[in-house]
Structure formats: structure tokens, C-alpha cells
Design a protein around this ligand. Structure first.
Ligand code: SF4
Length: 612
């Protein structure tokens, strides 16, 4: 087996044991890595119905065959578990030195089981595994924890850690690394917290297995230089993703005031130009020359690393148009280890619910100081309000009632990323059918849709594009494990990725082979879903109801009086199901599962739910 270490490290925190397990050739070729490994391992090993915050849940840290090698933006790692936010498979990726170090330690993945008896830091160095006390940093934020670990082991080690949000089981707590990188939006940090696992530290000393290391080095380092040059020519990383804000504002796609409005005259105060001027540092993931983390000084003087989703959801969506204050909210989320997107949507939902009389409270849109306090309450689950906020917008809405669920901006429990799809049907579909809830990562169709199609079309071409993008973004990049930005932002051809894959593995795969794995992974995540929610319906693939409400349409601007039409959305959804070979509930049919080589997995699902 070339291109994979062929081993998984399984660690049990309850018993303080560890085991090095072998992977079969069939397993690695079927699931490749990252999201593929995680989805399969969790499908086979987790019983449906388990408590995601109990010891039976497992955290999977998974790499891909090109992870950590010198090639464009390969410093990413996938973290996955049953999500405490959505109740089924959840995952995320983050840039971290764990990627390279875990591969050098000789593993393709790490599985963490059980629950420690006290706050613990897991230290892995090749075959050595230590369970070390972490009481000293339990209760501390991610920045202090990261520094504490660097103080012990130096900056070269790979670190995954959590803040107070994860410790206190906030359902949208993330895992953090390298002081600025976050991953695992659907509560992967809370899963670590539930295991009393404060941090994972990894150091490896072995070479990363590759079929043709010399060939890969020549191609990879050459491509890194080319990407750096394209980036310099286009200036993309001067603003990173934050350049999107001005465009979203212009095309009426910006989240403003809990997605009630689609643009705002003060949006320029927090846009990419402003950030570029205020920038004090730039950060990036390992093996990346595009460094898209733009840091500014926040209101309190901390360095806050920003991206578009953060300024959209902690800024315009809360009606906060003061960049320093948006920076502060961003910094606090990062320090507490909360997902900035879900945190922003949960706070905006709370303000909206107060405004609509669904609950009482003193939080108003635009009140950044109170927002900071609410983040603190959520991260510590302090009081009744802190507990509610820590549970995310859907659970809050169910508690408040009064029809507030319609404007809880989430799908399947995961809050919507920063694109207001009041009248952007393809992007609304992308959120609706994202396999883990409303994540923008899977099929960011919005620019294609607004530039290349008619905005009011609900035609099959949009469903086909969503599938195409899912195969690349949520499929290929997540299982081969590499950052998608060279392809998205710099036009770096997707053909490069089978090239890297083949050099590393010695195989001879085409993009068609790659798409088949992508479809398999998506179908398996759907089986996770149906096992947990046997009564699933196509309504589960609908975006937030408020986007279908004519009363919520813009009253002026480019999309005045426009809104999503439910019957047309349903047709669009059907086009998607037809294109995927899914049934009317959005579940892969037995025939589709068979074609993807998932007949055994289908039988396992059929014990819990009906398959057609
Ligand atoms: Fe990380 Fe940004 Fe580079 Fe991607 S482009 S690897 S997210 S720094």
C-alpha cells in the first residue's frame, strides 16, 4: 500500500489504552481518507441513538493521501464525530500542523474513544501515547492553551485544542489549532469537551509514505511557486475571503439583521478594503502560500483573525458595522472555541425573537457590548440564557415557540453561512442539501448562479451545478484533504488533484474515479442521517422558512418583492434528487447504493429505516 501509512491509532480515554490498527487496501481505495474515512468509521462503529456528548461517541481525526506533503495547501485535517448540534454525522476541516505530524507519526487517522477521568492532554509521538493532566489549562481559552502547549513542546508540534465553549459542551464549539485555525462547526469541540480532552499534541519522525516522493516533490514545489505567483498577480490574499462582503452587499445577498435584509448602506465599514487597511498581520495554514487569515486589532487590542463568514455573521447580521467590535466578537469566539457562524446566527436569532415578541430580553441588533457578554454566557453555559444560547438557534426556537422556528437560520440544526438566499434559489438548494446542515463548504454556487444564470430560474442546470460542486468541494477536497481555495479563487485546475494523488499512491485514477468516491461518501452520510432520523422527509432539505415568506421580501433594491417560491424550490429539489439517484425523501435508493458499492451499508441502515 503506497500513499497511506496503512494504520489508524485508536485511543481509549476511559482505560488509557491505545492500539495501532491496520487498514486494508480495499478500505483505503474505497474511502481514500479524510471525510471518507471518518464517515465510514463512524458509520460502522457508532450505534444510532447514542448521546453525542456521552462516552460512546467517538472523535475521528483523519488525513488524506496528499495531506501534509509539499503541494498546494495540503495542511488540512478532518475532524468528525456524531454532532451534538445536528444529531447525526458532523465534520469539519482545519489547517493544522497535526496534518503533517500525524502522518509522520505513521497514521492515516486517529480515533478517540471513551471519556477521561480528569482533564487530559493526549500526547502522541510515533508509537508513544501519553495521557497527561491538563487541569492547569482547563477553564482557559484556546490562545492561552495553545501557548501553554508550545511552551512545553515548541512550536513545531501539531496541536488540536478546545476553549471554554468545548469544555462546557456548547453545541457549536469547534476544535482550534495554530492560534487561528478552527474546524468542526457542528460541535466537534463539544465532543472533545465531553471526553474531558483539552488537547491533542502530535509529533512524528517518520517519512510520509509516497509512491514517487521525488516526482511529487518536483511537481508539488513547482506548483506551490506557480500558485504564489498567481496569487501575487491577482492580489487575492490581500483581502482573502473578506473581499466577498462588498459583492454580497451589492447583489443583495448579504445577511443583515438575522437575514431580514440583504444589504446595508454601512456595509463598507466592515468590508475587505477596510480590513486590508486595518490589517496588522496575515496568517495561514501549513504548506499554504495564499495565507488568507487577515488579522486586525480588535476593540480591546487583541489580534483578531477575520474571514468573510465572520464579518458577515458577527458583523452585518448583527447590525454591527464597527470593524473593531466585529474583531472583538471574532476574537472571543476564537478564544472560547465557538463557531463564529453558528454563534452569529444564534445571537441574531435571539435579537430577532426579542424584536418579534417570542421572548423577553435586553439584546438588540447593533449592541456589540451585550453580544460580547452573551458569547461569554454561551461559552460557559451560564444561567438559563447561557444554556439556551449554547444550544444553538433551532433548540432556542423550539423553546421560545410563537412561530420563531421560521426565522432560526439553520438547516438540520446547523446554522446558515453568510449568504442571504432570499432570492438565490441555487444557493438555497446548496444549503438545503448540504449533507451535514447549512454549510457553504459543500456547493458554493452563488457566484456561478448570479453571474452565469438567471436569478429567478429553478431549472435543472442549477441542481446539476450543485451536484458538480459537491463532488469537488465536499467530496474530493474533503477526502483527499486539501484546501479548496487555489481552485476556487485562483482557478487552479481540479485536474491537478488526480495528478498529485497518482504520484503519491502509484495508482492511475481519473477524475471520474474521484467523483465516484465523492458520491459514495455523500450517500453514506445520508445513511447516517436516515438511521438517526427514520422519519426524514424532503422538508428536511428545505432552507429556513423565512426565505419563502413574501412578507419578508425586500421592499426596495435589486430584489424588491422577490422571495423563494416553495413549489418551484420543491421542483429544484426534485431535480437534485433525480440527478443523485435519491428517493422522494432525499435518501439514496437501494439501486444507487448498490452502484456505489454500499449494499452492505444499506442493509445496516435498513434495520433502522425504510430504504426504497
Ligand atoms: Fe488555509 Fe486560507 Fe491557505 Fe486555505 S487559503 S490553506 S484556508 S490559509
Amino acid at each position: 500500500m503506497l500513499g497511506w501509512a496503512g494504520h489508524i491509532l485508536r485511543v481509549n480515554l476511559t482505560n488509557k489504552t491505545h492500539k495501532k490498527e491496520s487498514l486494508t487496501e480495499e478500505f483505503v481505495r474505497t474511502w481514500v481518507g479524510g471525510r471518507g474515512f471518518a464517515a465510514k468509521i463512524l458509520y460502522d462503529e457508532l450505534k444510532p441513538g447514542i448521546d453525542p456528548l456521552g462516552p460512546d461517541n467517538k472523535l475521528v481525526v483523519a488525513l488524506g493521501p496528499i495531506s501534509g506533503i509539499p503541494a498546494p495547501n495540503t495542511g488540512k485535517t478532518v475532524v468528525a464525530a456524531k454532532s451534538p448540534l445536528t444529531g447525526f454525522y458532523g465534520d469539519g476541516n482545519l489547517g493544522t500542523r497535526v496534518t503533517e505530524q500525524l502522518r509522520k507519526a505513521g497514521y492515516d487517522a486517529l480515533i478517540v474513544e471513551g471519556k477521561a477521568a480528569r482533564p487530559t492532554m493526549l500526547y502522541i509521538e510515533d508509537d508513544r501515547v501519553e495521557f497527561l493532566p491538563a487541569d492547569e489549562v482547563w477553564g482557559k481559552g484556546t490562545f492561552v492553551t495553545n501557548d501553554w502547549i508550545y511552551g512545553k513542546y515548541g512550536k513545531g508540534v501539531g496541536v488540536l485544542n478546545i476553549g471554554q465553549g468545548g469544555e462546557n459542551l456548547a453545541r457549536y464549539a469547534v476544535i482550534r489549532s495554530m492560534e487561528g485555525r478552527s474546524g468542526g462547526r457542528p460541535g466537534m469541540g463539544a465532543v472533545m469537551g465531553s471526553k474531558l480532552l483539552k488537547a491533542i499534541v502530535v509529533k512524528g519522525t517518520l517519512p510520509i509514505p509516497q509512491a514517487d516522493p521525488q516526482g511529487m516533490k518536483a511537481v508539488g514545489t513547482g506548483d506551490l511557486k506557480k500558485i504564489h505567483q498567481i496569487d501575487k498577480d491577482t492580489g487575492w490574499s490581500r483581502q482573502g475571503t473578506t473581499g466577498v462582503l462588498a459583492w454580497c452587499n451589492e447583489v443583495a445577498g448579504l445577511p443583515v439583521q438575522n437575514f431580514r435584509k440583504t444589504s446595508h448602506p454601512e456595509a463598507w465599514k466592515i468590508d475587505g478594503e477596510r480590513l486590508e487597511k486595518a490589517r496588522v498581520a496575515t496568517y495561514g495554514c501549513p504548506t499554504c502560500t495564499m495565507r488568507c487569515g487577515i488579522a486586525i486589532h480588535d476593540k480591546e487590542g487583541h489580534e483578531a483573525e477575520m474571514d468573510y463568514e465572520n464579518i458577515g455573521l458577527l458583523g452585518s447580521n448583527l447590525n454591527v458595522f464597527d470593524l473593531d467590535q466585529v474583531g472583538s466578537l471574532n476574537y472571543l469566539c476564537d478564544d472560547y472555541g465557538l463557531d463564529t457562524m453558528s454563534a452569529g446566527c444564534t445571537l441574531s436569532f435571539y435579537a430577532d425573537a426579542i424584536e418579534h415578541g417570542a421572548t423577553m430580553g435586553d439584546f438588540r441588533f447593533g449592541d456589540a457590548e451585550r453580544a460580547k457578554e452573551l458569547l461569554r454566557l454561551a461559552a460557559h453555559r451560564e444561567g438559563k440564557l447561557g444554556n439556551l444560547l449554547a444550544d444553538g438557534s433551532l433548540r432556542m426556537a423550539r423553546e421560545f415557540g410563537h412561530g420563531s422556528e421560521a426565522y432560526a437560520m439553520q438547516v438540520k440544526g446547523l446554522e446558515v453561512a453568510a449568504y442571504n438566499c432570499k432570492f438565490i434559489p441555487g444557493m438555497a438548494l446548496a444549503f438545503g442539501v448540504s449533507p451535514i446542515g447549512a454549510h457553504h463548504r459543500e456547493a458554493w454556487i452563488i457566484t456561478f448562479e448570479l453571474k452565469n444564470t438567471t436569478r429567478d430560474s429553478y431549472g435543472p442546470e442549477k441542481a446539476a451545478k450543485v451536484i458538480e460542486l459537491q463532488r469537488i468541494r465536499g467530496g474530493l477536497f474533503e477526502y483527499i484533504v486539501s484546501c479548496r481555495f487555489p481552485w476556487i479563487e485562483l482557478g487552479w485546475s481540479v485536474d491537478n488533484y488526480p495528478k498529485y494523488f497518482n504520484l503519491v499512491t502509484g495508482l492511475d485514477w481519473t477524475l471520474d474515479d474521484m467523483w465516484k468516491v465523492a458520491d459514495r461518501v455523500y450517500a453514506l452520510i445520508k445513511l447516517h442521517y436516515i438511521r438517526e432520523f427514520p422519519n426524514a422527509t424532503r422538508k428536511d432539505d428545505y432552507p429556513p422558512a423565512v426565505w419563502f415568506d413574501p412578507g419578508n421580501a425586500d421592499t426596495e433594491g435589486p430584489i424588491a418583492d422577490k422571495y423563494l417560491e416553495a413549489d418551484k424550490y420543491d421542483q429544484l429539489l426534485q431535480h437534485y434528487y433525480d440527478g443523485r439517484g435519491y428517493d422522494d425523501r432525499g435518501i439514496p435508493t437501494r439501486a444507487t447504493l448498490g452502484k456505489l458499492g454500499l449494499s452492505r451499508e444499506a442493509e445496516a441502515a435498513a434495520k433502522y429505516a425504510t430504504l426504497t
